[in-house]
Design a protein around this ligand. Structure first.
Ligand code: GLC
Length: 428
């Protein structure tokens, strides 16, 4: 028997489905978002595998000819969202998109969907997506790791998917906002301004966006021209994990010709992830490639090491110590930023709150590495958060208050795919 929360989660996905693609939530995010859609596919896969594939197929309709998969697909104009297609001014057909990407989780889920039911029909769907995944991963390797050192850089905080992380403060402080055009935010008309990025941050976001637009979103020039270029451990580790899954998928689909290229990416990313170890913080942190300055605190990315299969025994022991310290301090795990850090804000965007999808990746990695106890702590905390505050966009780690958008698709999706007690019974 499905619980009532299972039914609510199911209905959220159905309600946010605009016909083959799903929006994160009505009002605040009225378009198709990249990594949101991928997690949404996992949720659909619990009751409609065909619809799950469809979500990924429609997502890749937004892919650029250079391989980039944008963070937003503007299928229909919605004046309630800013910055919309008229601000980005990209040239993708048949509909416009934003100009940069988002965490590359798609290959992980394509493998999951295929392994859930490896029928000839699903093999055909996975094979059709395979070259698109290759092109996207090649794009990351070519344009976001231009030095070839293996740590993957982002050109905009939005590309990280962790928009307002304290680690972006130092690189953002170097962004000149004197040339930005006048603009009007829409996010604060949907949700309370106190939980959203501040105006100064938003000005800087706009300045970076304008720097990409000024070079026509040419992938080489975007990196040269961006005032913001920061190596991100989360993107690096997610791409590494995604490449491991892509390699396994290639093997099960019999696509031998891709093997060497993917193995090359994996070796490079392993080195890159290792280079983001921060001895002082005892965690994997960001690195500003313009100034050389490292991230100053422990973010939720630090706990993705097992998911990516990186970290020495000592580094993983340090990670577990951070986990236990933070878990003892916060009521709920895993905060997006360390509660012991002076810049921690429990309710402001990516400066403390918990996202269910990040918890999912962290817990999956912990479980795969044999740490059932911490993995279950993260799952049980996520269950308590949803029981307390519903399918919010994110939650306070201190008191569990839900914030941001409501009836949020990816929160509902990971509930169905992982958090739900019913799911645990099925998986047992
Ligand atoms: C915010 C988040 C981003 C997410 C989007 C839609 O911009 O920071 O990660 O994809 O909302 O949910």
């Amino acid at each position: 028997m499905a619980s009532s929360l299972d039914t609510v989660a199911h209905d959220i996905l159905i309600g946010n489905d605009l016909g083959g693609y799903t929006i994160p939530t009505k009002g605040l995010y009225p378009y198709q978002w990249n990594w949101d859609s991928v997690f949404v596919a996992l949720g659909f896969a619990t009751f409609d595998l065909n619809r799950a594939w469809r979500e990924l197929e429609t997502l890749f309709e937004g892919q650029w000819t250079d391989g980039m998969l944008p963070h937003i697909l503007f299928r229909k104009n919605d004046p309630g969202y800013f910055p919309g297609p008229d601000v980005w001014k990209t040239t993708h057909e048949p509909f416009p998109t934003s100009g940069h990407s988002q965490p590359p989780v798609a290959a992980i889920v394509v493998r999951d969907l295929y392994e859930q039911s490896p029928t000839p029909e699903n093999a055909a769907r996975a094979k059709a997506l395979f070259p698109k995944l290759m092109a996207w991963h090649r794009w990351w390797a070519t344009y976001r790791d231009p030095s070839g050192e293996g740590s993957v850089a982002i050109i905009h905080p939005w590309e990280s998917g962790r928009d307002n992380l304290p680690d972006w403060d130092e690189p953002l402080s170097l962004v000149d906002t004197s040339g930005i055009e006048a603009y009007e935010r829409k996010d604060t008309t949907h949700v309370d301004a106190s939980v959203r990025p501040r105006k100064l941050d938003y000005d800087r976001y706009m300045a970076i966006l304008q720097s990409g637009r000024a070079v026509g979103w040419d992938p080489v020039k975007v990196v040269e021209n961006s005032p913001f270029l920061v190596a991100d451990p989360a993107i690096t580790m997610i791409l590494l994990r995604a490449n491991r899954d892509l390699l396994a998928l290639a093997a099960s689909l019999g696509i031998d010709e891709a093997k060497a290229e993917i193995e090359g990416w994996i070796a490079r990313l392993e080195k890159g992830a290792a280079s983001l170890w921060n001895e002082e913080v005892q965690a994997f942190t960001t690195k500003n490639l313009r100034s050389g300055v490292r991230g100053a605190g422990v973010s939720s990315a630090a706990f993705l090491a097992p998911f990516a299969g990186v970290g020495t025994p000592d580094q993983l022991a340090a990670m577990r110590a951070h986990f236990d310290r933070i878990a003892a301090k916060a009521t709920f795990t895993v905060p997006s930023y360390d509660p012991d850090y002076p810049g921690f804000e429990p309710m402001r965007y990516w400066r403390g709150p918990i996202w269910a999808v990040v918890n999912y990746m962290i817990a999956r990695g912990l479980a795969e590495s044999g740490d059932a106890e911490r993995s279950e702590r993260v799952r049980a905390d996520t269950e308590r958060l949803v029981a307390l505050s519903g399918f919010a966009e994110y939650f306070s780690p201190i008191d569990g208050t839900g914030a941001g958008g409501r009836s949020f698709s990816w929160t509902a999706a990971v509930w169905l795919a992982w958090v739900s007690p019913q799911r645990q019974v099925q998986a047992a």
